[in-house]
Ligand binder design. Structure first.
Ligand code: ADE
Length: 359
């Protein structure tokens, strides 16, 4: 498949040659330096990190000194950066490098991934920048650039979307993957800024950017937070009158499934006794209750966990519409949420049809 990302490689490399910022952790490619800076940069802006980084490296110049630093001293050095587990993991990783690797910094993506606090992003950054490995380092900045250049409307907060974008990038990575990774991050941090802060006039990728072409820059990337859906238990009544008709009712004109017809249902999983009491409150006499099945329906903000009961009744109540199986099938569109219960009601019609065919 054609990979549009191929078009960004050359202009990005060229741009980076002249726009690469001089940063304290870019003075060499020492993995200890790059690792410490990448961990600091994870939740903190470049400008804020500079001071912390310089002091940290002065006091703890190598893996050994970090592995031996008392925790209080370490936390004091980290004071103000926040997310202190990052500092604790740095020390743990340094101890591991000393004890398991003879003090030699791991030099592959896979071995870096084994260090505490090192995930795909950090392992990718260190492996590509320091050890020339052809691996990606995808952070939020990179996802923004990729989503905009490709015009993807997919939700970048989904792990599968991130994976897919990472795979697309992997295919176009040039030999100098480290510089390319830094270049695309740098573009995301300084030019391809979030929302309407994007500086498209300065962007070397403007000519190949789908979002720019389509006027979608401020809308991309899509970051849709998954809302925790409310779980609602419901008891669904398949009310059957003695003449074979079934009860349906119209939902209120506002709210969920507004104005649609439904099988009567109430909140909560009722016991058979409660089902009986509810039907009686609806002024019907219950003849028989049979549990039919459970079903689940996922709405946008809500899940319905349903238990359906067939309830045979005498004196069908006026509050419902009593319809024949044919009418139910042909005239009343049940919401999808309740469809799993419908075959039971309309099947009786099929049985009746079969019977009448045989007659
Ligand atoms: N942000 C985090 N790490 C970076 C890097 N190595 N280059 C540019 N920006 C970054």
């Amino acid at each position: 498949m054609d990979n549009h990302l191929q078009t960004i490689v050359k202009p990005l490399q060229k741009w980076y040659e002249t726009h690469r910022r001089e940063l304290p952790w870019r003075l060499d490619k020492d993995p200890y330096h790059v690792w410490v800076s990448e961990i600091m940069l994870q939740q903190t802006r470049v400008e804020a990190v500079k001071k912390y980084y310089t002091r940290f490296i002065e006091i703890l110049p190598d893996v050994r000194s970090l592995s031996e630093v008392p925790e209080d001293r370490l936390l004091k050095l980290w004071e103000g950066l926040g997310y202190y587990s990052r500092a604790r993991n740095l020390k743990k990783a340094a101890e591991k490098i000393m004890s398991d690797c003879g003090g030699i910094f791991p030099d592959t993506f896979a071995s870096l991934m084994k260090l505490p606090g090192v995930g795909e992003y950090t392992a990718g950054a260190v492996a590509s920048i320091c050890f020339n490995q052809k691996v990606t380092a995808v952070d939020g900045n990179v996802l923004r650039v990729v989503a905009r250049v490709t015009g993807s409307r997919q939700n970048v907060l989904l792990p599968e979307v991130k994976k897919q974008m990472q795979a697309q990038l992997q295919k176009v990575l040039p030999d100098d993957a480290g510089s390319f990774n830094e270049a695309i991050m740098e573009l995301g941090e300084t030019v391809c800024l979030p929302g309407s802060a994007a500086k498209c006039v300065e962007c070397p990728l403007r000519g190949v950017c789908t979002a720019y072409r389509d006027g979608l820059t401020s809308q991309l990337p899509m970051r849709v937070k998954r809302v925790k859906r409310r779980q609602e238990q419901r008891t669904v009544f398949l009310l059957i009158a003695e003449d074979g008709r079934t009860a349906v009712e119209k939902r209120p004109d506002k709210g969920l499934l507004a104005g649609m017809y439904q099988l009567p249902n109430v909140e909560g999983f009722l016991t058979e006794q409660e089902i009986c009491a509810t039907a009686e409150a609806w002024e019907m006499q219950v003849l028989e209750i049979t549990f039919i099945k459970e079903s689940k329906h996922v709405f946008t903000h809500l899940d319905w966990l349903m238990k359906g009961y067939q309830v045979r009744v005498a004196c069908p109540a006026g509050r419902f519409l009593w319809v024949t199986p044919e009418e139910l099938q042909e005239q009343y569109a049940l919401p999808t949420a309740l469809k799993p219960f419908a075959p039971l009601l309309t099947a009786r019609q099929d049985e009746d049809n079969n019977l009448s065919n045989q007659r």
